[in-house]
Design a protein around this ligand. Structure first.
Ligand code: ASP
Length: 317
């Protein structure tokens, strides 16, 4: 068996290559890191890597993580500025005994010392979005925090090893130094090859309140199917936050167990994810909530074309 699953349609191109590599016997660790790096490199995905949206100060501060489900080793970076592939830095950190999670200037210095090269990650297009949002926020009082997504990829290889990797620019217009769930083990990602893995996307401040990725893996270990684990964790957290915190942001997750069975759950209208396994050809699904259960179905050509047009559309004033 082999399998790979990721949050959001943006993972499709990266997953396509990594699925072939897994089918040919590649390691899960390489497959997830390469898939995430492909998303980081693509300038039109505005919430990950190159082309990611900036903080309120206009800097692109990137978060990423990697976890090896065999050894439980992990590496993560937060607020990394101007290094091309944060996920590769996170992967390199997972090989260190200490200093697994580095942020800001320390993360940047370590990356440069290790030979990762400088790359200006703020694009003209991201700057246009930034200026537009500044104007809108002044004129209409829009929430500056709308506009975010994380790519999270889980891989299972033919040897039974699993890995997970994440990457994001976090919330658009976040404060300098803000970190969400994506580089935080247990919240944005968790992976144990003896059970399975999970990864999250949405409002990090709320996902962290439920340690959602660890909790999904724990429930799978207790006998739940991936779909049951994903749905129960997302909807229980939503109910809890509504009753105790009074509000809740976007919460979406994907997960896979060691047999290549997968699940996805969301509390928002349009959450897409991509999956391929030895039994399931590469497919983009759209997930929707129906009461306390998430249903999903493959997207059609029209959806794919609308997506392609939207991500490249000129930024209107
Ligand atoms: N979870 C990310 C964060 O809070 C953003 C997202 O996935 O939409 O930084």
């Amino acid at each position: 068996m082999w399998g790979i699953i990721a949050t959001w349609r943006m993972a499709l191109e990266g997953l396509s290559e990594s699925a072939s590599a897994l089918a040919a016997g590649s390691a899960a660790s390489t497959a997830v890191v390469d898939a995430v790096a492909t998303v980081e490199d693509f300038p039109y995905y505005k919430s990950v890597g190159y082309g990611g949206l900036p903080t309120e100060n206009g800097d692109v501060e990137l978060d990423a993580a990697f976890m090896d489900g065999d050894t439980l080793a992990f590496g993560a970076v937060g607020n990394l500025i101007d290094i091309a592939n944060p996920v590769r830095v996170a992967h390199a950190l997972s090989r260190q005994r200490y200093n697994s999670l580095l942020v800001g200037q320390g993360a940047r210095e370590w990356a440069l010392e290790q030979g990762f090269s400088h790359k200006a990650m703020l694009t003209d297009r991201a700057m246009q979005h930034y200026r537009k949002r500044c104007r809108e926020t002044l004129d209409k009082g829009l929430s500056p925090y709308d506009g975010h997504d994380t790519v999270g990829v889980i891989g299972l290889d033919k040897h039974g090893s699993m890995s997970v990797a994440t990457s994001t620019s976090g919330l658009f217009m976040k404060k300098r130094g803000r970190i969400g769930d994506s580089p935080i083990m247990g919240s944005g990602f968790y992976c144990d090859s003896e059970t399975g893995a999970a990864t999250a996307t949405g409002v990090g401040e709320d996902l962290m309140k439920g340690c959602v990725s660890y909790e999904i893996v724990r429930r799978m270990a207790g006998g739940m199917t991936p779909q049951q684990a994903a749905d129960s964790v997302v909807f229980e957290l939503e109910d809890k936050l509504m009753s105790r915190f009074g509000r809740v942001g976007d919460l979406s997750v994907v997960c896979m167990n060691r047999n290549g069975e997968f699940g996805a759950a969301t509390n928002i209208k349009t959450f897409s994810f991509v999956v391929a396994t030895a039994k399931q050809p590469l497919t983009v699904f759209r997930a929707e909530r129906h009461q306390e259960r998430t249903h999903y179905h493959p997207v059609d050509d029209e959806w794919m074309q609308a997506y392609a047009a939207r991500i490249r559309a000129p930024i209107e004033d």
